[in-house]
Design a protein. Structure first.
Length: 429
């Protein structure tokens, strides 16, 4: 069994370099399917979700040249199938971007219904609505999604009933090579949506308005890459280290980040009493006292990101006073609060609201990662708790955080990654 062991408490100190954004990379990798020829990508995070995406692309016929841990050249010229393996695509959520990308090139596409973190109901009705508006036929049957078209997709007006990152990205992917103009309204404005549009535009796409409510796309015939593309830094990884710095009363410079993307987090940390210094591509977070209480409500960007909610909850768990978190995106995102309670946190979570009464200290306990961000929250809790905290189910964490153990170690944490199966293998060797 894999686990992370943290011996706390500690005060984080030093510098950490943020990796490329997972949620941008999982959109850009399938987008490479739209390109004629090779595509050179830099700052790609080396995490299990991305390795899974490489495997899917290779299973479809792509040739990938792994230049380094974070740099690849992908050649999709030999991709001649749009039937993706159930086993590979059912593992994670972002496999649904294959639908939009492959529909740009192929008449018939098949993937499994997407998996991913268990955060409550995760419908894809808005993705389907977008594909249908562009002229595709979509059927969901036996755990698979079948999408087909008889002609090239045709531009249209698409109004998304809910602000959805995934549906916005899938609509962009499908409309890029469609015939004519597409207008997508009520779009998600997350940095990864903008990064995907920048990536596609850098190769000849005509996408305007990404980062606003309305995106206008004029379909083009082909896309070709002229120079390599570097993926933006990960907003949530940066935010996770910012909260970890504040929770441990540390002093950390977070490098290779985009401070503008971090404003909702910065503003809450200032309310909590942290001192923040912003550079062009760095943020220094310093905290000297126990955090003051604050409240958050998760919202689509530029609101407070739901993917930072569990980490912030750890900060509130030790605050001076009572904080409130209202989760407005995912209905089951408070499952992790039971794990924090094992460590002494005083949290009452009902429906979409959690009330957190700050305690003086957290104590060690064996805890489980319910999902990717909850797992990161458990690691932060381990950093501030007295004693040895064992974090299980860390496969979730490894999906989205590159070298998390090494990065915390470099900041002075007493933290270790244990793989019992590998140890057993060594003993048997
Ligand atoms: N929704 C619908 N219908 C749809 C699509 C979404 O009702 O067709 C609803 C969802 O149920 C949810 C809301 O719309 O209540 C927002 O969902 P969205 O589609 O924006 O989420 P997503 O695209 O599935 C991405 C991130 C998540 C992040 C959310 C919200 C990726 C691969 N995933 O998910 O990231 O929580 O946006 O910001 O980009 C993570 O990285 O840990 C993670 C879970």
């Amino acid at each position: 069994m894999k686990k992370i062991i943290v011996n706390g408490p500690c005060k984080l100190k030093g510098e950490v370099i943020i990796s490329g954004a997972k949620n941008a990379a999982v959109a850009i990798l399938p987008a490479t399917l739209l390109i004629n020829g090779k595509c050179h990508l830099e700052n790609v995070p080396n995490i299990s979700d991305i390795r899974a995406y490489y495997e899917i692309l290779e299973s479809l016929g792509a040739k990938i040249d792994y230049i380094s841990d974070n740099e690849v050249i992908i050649d999709n010229s030999n991709v001649n199938s749009a039937i993706a393996s159930y086993e590979l695509t059912s593992k994670f959520r972002a496999s649904y971007y294959l639908l939009g990308a492959l529909l740009g090139k192929f008449d018939k596409v098949q993937i499994s219904l997407p998996g991913g973190c268990n955060l409550g109901a995760r419908p894809i009705d808005q993705h389907i609505k977008a594909f249908e508006k562009l002229g595709a036929t979509v059927e969901v049957k036996n755990g698979n999604v079948y999408a087909s078209r008889t002609n090239r997709l045709k531009g249209n007006n698409i109004f998304l009933d809910v602000v959805s990152v995934g549906a916005t990205i899938n609509a962009i992917l499908a409309a890029t090579l469609a015939d004519g103009n597409t207008i997508i309204e009520n779009c998600a404005k997350e940095p990864h949506v903008v990064d995907l549009a920048n990536f596609l535009n850098s190769m000849g796409a005509n996408i305007k308005g990404a980062g606003t409510d309305t995106i206008k796309i004029t379909g083009v015939d082909t896309l070709t890459q002229k120079s390599s593309y570097s993926i933006i830094p990960d907003q949530i990884e940066a935010g996770t280290f910012m909260v970890a710095a504040a929770a441990t009363c540390g002093d950390v410079v977070i490098k290779n980040c985009i401070p503008k993307h971090l404003e909702p987090i910065t503003s809450k940390l200032i309310e909590a009493g942290a001192s923040i210094e912003e550079g062009n591509s760095s943020i220094r977070v310093k905290m000297s006292d126990r955090p003051k209480a604050f409240s958050i409500k998760t919202m689509p960007y530029p609101g407070f990101p739901t993917d930072m909610q569990p980490q912030m909850c750890v900060l509130l768990a030790i605050c001076n006073g009572t904080g409130i978190i209202v989760e407005s995106i995912w209905e089951s995102r408070f499952q992790y609060t039971d794990e924090l309670a094992k460590m002494g946190a005083d949290i009452s979570a009902h429906g979409s609201t959690a009330i957190i009464k700050g305690v003086d200290k957290l104590y060690n306990a064996p805890v489980y990662s319910h999902d990717l961000r909850a797992g990161a929250a458990m690691v932060i809790a381990g950093l501030i708790a007295e004693g040895k905290t064992e974090v299980y189910n860390i496969e979730h964490i490894l999906r989205g955080y590159e070298n998390i153990v090494e990065k915390f170690k470099k900041l002075g944490a007493n933290i270790e990654y244990i793989d019992d199966e590998a140890l057993q293998g060594d003993k048997n060797a």
